[in-house]
Design a protein around this ligand. Structure first.
Ligand code: GUN
Length: 283
């Protein structure tokens, strides 16, 4: 397999983390210590891994992280009180509440309670609105990582037919907004889309974020397409795999992200970037 077709998210994320590290050092020289509060409620094993990796990322670039590991039985009121306290703390400039939350807690209410100025996930409707209107500010982490992967691999988005499969609030919808901001011609497909194959065949760039294995297969794509796989699934041998039939699509693609080592590391790099994005004005 020739390596140059594979978009190396690990390598690109390391480059971005090096850039962030330099900025964090400069901020610290000015007496500013970027600090992220990470909140997790309950014992979801996948969430625990994500949170561990986010904290590790902070450590790598010199961002201070505060950890709040709350019991499954935590009430909505207790969580909202913690968010309020973190909103008010001047030494905390980023707040991340890992999702999903236990069923007895209203996720929307929690997201709305986070000060939009500290919303490093870019989940608050105020920040979602800013992204939709093309303003500066926080960037949705996974979608921003996707844009960086494409651009830093030397590919143009402007004027290209971009197809996003999946319409989640975390990936599909904001990815469509960022591709649009880059002047792509964007089509969003989802589980009710009737002619998915036909639409995908028109695509120069395909972003797949459905959470389902083999969403994209070689019969659905044209030669020379760029494929970004956001999926994180397990195959029948319990091996990590994405939403794309990688081996099938690889020969046709101009470029393709692997799973693992594609989009995943970029999400964390962009989260770390959000932790200092509003502090860069002090540099
Ligand atoms: N759950 C799955 N992805 C994410 C994410 O990017 N941020 C948070 N807070 N929770 C998540």
């Amino acid at each position: 397999m020739s390596e140059e077709k594979i978009i190396d998210g690990k390598k690109i994320s390391l480059m971005i983390k090096e850039e962030i590290k330099k900025d964090v050092l400069k901020l610290k020289e000015k007496g500013i210590i970027p600090t992220l509060a990470v909140v997790i409620v309950g014992e979801n094993p996948a969430s625990k891994v994500y949170v561990r990796n986010k904290k590790k990322g902070c450590e790598e670039v010199g961002i201070n992280s505060l950890s709040y590991e709350l019991k499954e039985e935590t009430t909505e009121e207790e969580l909202l009180n913690l968010v309020k306290e973190l909103n008010e703390r001047e030494d905390v400039n980023g707040i991340l509440v890992q999702l999903p939350l236990p069923k007895h807690i209203d996720e929307n209410k929690v997201i709305l309670s986070i000060n939009p100025e500290k919303d490093v996930d870019c989940f608050h409707p105020y920040n979602v609105g800013l992204v939709s209107t093309g303003n500066e500010g926080f960037l949705p982490c996974t979608p921003a990582g996707i844009i960086e992967l494409i651009k830093r691999s030397g590919f143009e988005i402007a004027g290209k037919n971009c197809v996003v499969i999946g319409r989640s609030n975390i990936v599909g919808k904001p990815a469509a907004m960022l591709l649009l901001k880059e002047n792509g011609t964007v089509t969003v497909c989802h589980s009710k889309t009737k002619n998915l194959s036909e639409i995908c065949k028109t695509a120069d760039i395909i972003v797949v974020a459905t959470g389902k294995r083999n969403t994209l297969t070689p019969d659905m794509i044209k030669e020379g397409v760029i494929i970004i796989d956001v999926g994180m699934n397990r195959d029948e041998n319990n091996k990590l795999c994405g939403d794309v039939d990688f081996n099938g699509c690889y020969p046709l693609a101009k470029a393709i992200t692997p799973v693992p080592g594609g989009v995943g590391p970029m999400t964390i790099a962009m989260l770390l970037n959000n932790c200092i994005i509003k502090l860069r004005k002090f540099l």
